[in-house]
Ligand binder design. Structure first.
Ligand code: VG1
Ligand code: CO
Length: 540
């Protein structure tokens, strides 16, 4: 087999964000752009010769071309076994599972997750380690160093590999195995949940609509919900993956899954509406005319986790990212279990999950997961809800209202400010950081600032430190604002403001409950001064 060396030059814009490296599709199409990243990843790893590499992809524009290149490079770099999903499809949580199931050395996932796809959309790549979880910062820092120094990569000469049929092919001394992307994952879910109880629920006429948002989870959802669990045919909508996701923003939230939200609030609403994102690691849950906030959802999962067979006697504790509302903390307090607060991004949960410090974790951005795979997992989270609903015979609204009654309600909202200017956004955060010491004891809009500081984090297990993960402003015991820059945008910048307000009144409209906190935070941030008028605001 002919291995050849290609000379290349570094791209200095290459860096890793919250979850991998994401750029506009056009940027990825530059000569050697993807090859440089892949070779730099391989150059940072040791001892993979003869080992297994899993390649996953959410099917977006550029997916298959990238997979062909990566397979050829992996063979040239001496991986012995390459596992890839049929037609290049494998959701992020399924990839994570395939990595551990096959004791692979690691995996490469081609996705920009919730970012829009297509010629004018985004593309992305991330590396997951042998645990199935995202590479920790200590490793991604090495990737970046290598990317900025790279001068060659290795490739083999061969025809494109047929990814349309399941089976094995030998290329040189390596095996390329094309797998059914849905089979192993479904089997695993069957071991975790009480599928019989969920089947009975559907038999009794329970109705569900699942929106796959034209992205990777369509085939998983159709098989699991409709074929295996017996949900009515047609329960899965937008279930065929399309390379540009049909031009939509594949992010399951109140803004981008609006059609589904409208259905949930209509007279013909099914019992459950749910959706996932581009690569299948996020989820949204709505009951009839009732939206379940991700922070409340996490708390419901914590409270009921031991009702799910796989977790019986195995609820060790929970974790949430700092911007996520603290309802789960209240549940953990009652259950006398630990509850951790981490920076944003799944890579920070890995050590806690692996070391049985926690069983469950989640983020305000509609992600939740457990130790079953080291990634957040959309279909799994929806199955958790189905299992809990089958067990308790309660609706999402009943479950959540019951919880509010017992613990009080924490109102949450995330406000995203998109701007074209990364410099202006950075200036806003820098100025805010500089004035933090002067904030405590200030009164703003009837609220008193009691604490203001940068969020720094020391991993409780590895002791690795991550500094500057956002600005926290505390207004007494019941109100908190957090501000940080998004790490997943491919151009410009997004300033994210997260508001949390705890109240004993549980029936307020979210906007109203958060009004005072929101005004006080606006006062401190002064967005128009820093970002100007050209900002796009979305609330989730
Ligand atoms: C966003 C979310 C974060 C999530 C990340 C990756 O990051 O806020 O909670 O882990 O996306 O999710 P940021 O830096 O833009 O706030 V996904 O579904 O894109 O893998
Ligand atoms: Co995602």
């Amino acid at each position: 087999m002919d291995i050849f060396t290609v000379e290349t030059k570094p791209y200095l814009d290459q860096s890793f964000g919250t979850s991998g490296l994401r750029r506009k599709s056009d940027i990825f199409r530059q000569e050697n752009y993807l090859e440089n990243i892949v070779q730099s990843i391989f150059d940072s790893l040791q001892g993979f010769e003869g080992q297994t590499l899993v390649i996953g992809g959410d099917g977006r524009y550029g997916n298959n071309e990238a997979i062909q290149k990566i397979i050829k490079m992996a063979i040239a770099n001496q991986f012995g076994h390459i596992i890839v999903g049929q037609n290049g499809l494998l959701s992020t949580p399924a990839t994570s599972h395939v990595i551990t199931l096959n004791q692979a050395f690691g995996g490469i996932i081609l996705t920009a997750s919730h970012n829009p796809a297509g010629k004018n959309g985004d593309f992305g790549i991330k590396y997951n380690i042998a645990t199935g979880g995202p590479a920790p910062e200590s490793l991604t820092n090495i990737f970046i160093q290598k990317m900025h120094q790279i001068d060659r990569y290795w490739m083999i000469h061969t025809n494109d590999i047929d990814l349309s049929n399941v089976g094995e092919q030998t290329i040189g001394s390596s095996i390329v195995e094309v797998i059914d992307p849905v089979y192993d994952y479904t089997h695993y879910m069957e071991q975790i949940f009480d599928f019989n109880a969920i089947r009975k629920l559907f038999q009794k006429g329970f109705k569900m609509t699942y929106d796959a948002m034209n992205a990777v989870t369509g085939p998983y959802a159709k098989h699991i919900f409709e074929e295996v669990l017996g949900a009515q045919e047609g329960s899965v909508i937008r279930g065929t993956p399309i390379p540009d996701f049909g031009g939509i923003h594949p992010e399951p939230n109140l803004t981008y899954a609006k059609e589904l939200v409208d259905l949930a609030y209509s007279p013909s609403a099914p019992d459950l509406c749910a959706a996932s994102d581009g690569d299948g690691d996020r989820y949204m849950i709505l009951g009839k005319s009732f939206f379940v906030n991700p922070a409340d959802s996490l708390a419901i999962l914590a409270e009921n986790m031991e009702k799910i067979p796989f977790y019986k006697g195995r609820f060790y504790g929970a974790a949430r990212s700092m911007p996520t509302g603290g309802a789960v903390d209240l549940v953990c307090q009652r259950l006398k279990k630990d509850c951790y607060q981490t920076p944003t991004g799944w890579k920070f949960f890995g050590s806690l999950l692996e070391n049985q410090k926690i069983s469950l974790c989640g983020e305000e951005s509609f992600g939740a997961g457990s130790f079953h795979v080291m990634e957040k997992d959309g279909i799994w989270a929806i199955l958790c809800w189905l299992n809990i609903m089958a067990d308790t015979q309660k609706t999402p609204e009943e479950l959540v209202r019951n919880m509010w009654k017992r613990y009080g309600r924490i109102y949450n909202q995330t406000i995203n400010y998109d701007t074209d200017s990364a410099e202006k956004a950075k200036h806003l955060i820098d100025s805010l950081s500089a004035k933090l010491v002067s904030l405590p004891q200030k009164n703003i809009k009837n609220l008193t600032i009691t604490e203001a500081h940068l969020f720094d984090y020391t991993d409780p297990v590895t002791k690795a430190q991550s500094t500057n993960q956002g600005v926290l402003i505390q207004f007494g015991p019941n109100d908190q604002a957090m501000i940080r820059l998004s790490g997943t945008v491919s151009s410009g910048a997004t300033v994210k403001v997260y508001l949390h307000h705890k109240d004993t009144q549980t029936d307020l409209a979210t906007e109203k409950a958060l009004a005072t906190l929101s005004e006080a935070t606006q006062d401190i941030l002064n967005i128009p001064k820093y970002l100007g008028k050209n900002v796009r605001i979305t609330k989730t």
